[in-house]
Design a protein around this ligand. Structure first.
Ligand code: HXC
Length: 260
């Protein structure tokens, strides 16, 4: 499928999704969000894809935010609908079976930072910049930033970033736990692919159920979340990969997972 503002490539069992509007620093307009939603559906339906890398094209930006030229003349209803569109697409990332790694190769501002935060894992290039500069535009964050940033880095640091609109660099993002690792720009994509392939080598159902337990559990109280974890753990015993994984350990050999 061809997209106007997105590239979807397959590299063995890993999909690479690239937001591709480099002239606008990959800013997210409604068309790009709709394409992202369709591309995610295509990935969800392709069980051969075991992990996804999400990045931005052009070498300067991951995503520099929601599209300011589209938003400028919104009324309240249009603003709310645009936020809801972003919420739905970003939630799809969290609830889809395959893990998604954000390879943040430049500006991740506003909606771009929010997109990265909806991914399961974030790694960054040393030139990456992060922030929620909406207040400098007279806006609030609206694609989940007021909710995911405090969950990821705590309310104190999140409040400072959301109230000032300050931009931070990759090292600071690493320090506050917003990204897992920082690489050179040249190494970032290859490192993201290596990580994705490592995940893709594991028992797929176990990885997908782990993601589900994290994503569902984080919004539940501990007892309900543990009940869900127990259910998920039990489900792994209905897979052949569980028998293979445990047998391989006891037989001192490498497991061969078949995704069943
Ligand atoms: C639309 C954008 C854009 C954006 C950049 N561009 N960011 N267009 N929406 N978010 C466009 C510029 O207008 C310009 O187009 C081209 O991309 C290159 O950008 P420059 O500004 O010339 O580049 P540079 O001087 O290097 O500055 C890079 C930058 C700056 C620091 C990232 O572009 C910037 O501050 N962008 C806006 C960042 C931001 O405020 N993001 C949050 C948006 S609000 P032309 O045509 O002039 O070449 C948001 C809300 C989310 O995300 C929630 C919604 C519900």
């Amino acid at each position: 499928m061809e997209y106007a503002n997105l590239l979807l490539e397959k590299n063995d069992s890993v999909a690479i999704l690239t937001v591709n509007r480099p002239k606008a620093l990959n800013a997210l307009n409604s068309d790009t969000l709709s394409e992202l939603s369709s591309a995610l559906d295509a990935v969800i339906q392709d069980s051969a894809i075991k992990a996804v890398v999400l990045t931005g094209s052009g070498g300067k930006a991951f995503v520099a935010g929601a599209d300011i030229s589209q938003m400028k003349d919104f009324n309240s209803l249009q603003g709310r609908r645009f936020a809801q569109l972003g919420h739905a697409v970003f939630r799809k990332i969290e609830l889809m079976p395959q893990p998604v790694i954000a390879a943040i190769n430049g500006f991740a501002l506003g909606g771009g930072c929010e997109l990265a935060m909806a991914c399961d894992i974030r790694i960054a290039a040393e030139n990456a910049k992060f922030g929620q500069p909406e207040v400098t535009l007279g806006l609030t964050a609206g694609f989940g930033g007021t909710q995911r940033l405090p969950r990821l880095v705590g309310t104190g640091i999140a409040s400072e970033l959301l109230f000032t609109g300050d931009i931070i660099d990759a090292q600071e993002a690493y320090r506050i736990g917003l990204v897992n690792k920082v690489y050179t720009s040249e190494a970032l994509l290859e490192e993201a692919l290596k990580l994705a392939r490592r995940i893709a080598d594991r028992a797929p159902a176990a990885v997908q159920l782990s993601k589900s337990a994290i994503q569902r559990g984080i919004n539940l109280d501990l007892d309900s979340a543990q009940a869900y974890e127990a259910e998920v753990f039990g489900l792994t015993f209905s897979t052949q990969d569980q028998t293979e994984g445990c047998s391989a350990f006891l037989e001192k050999r490498k497991p061969v997972f078949e995704g069943r």
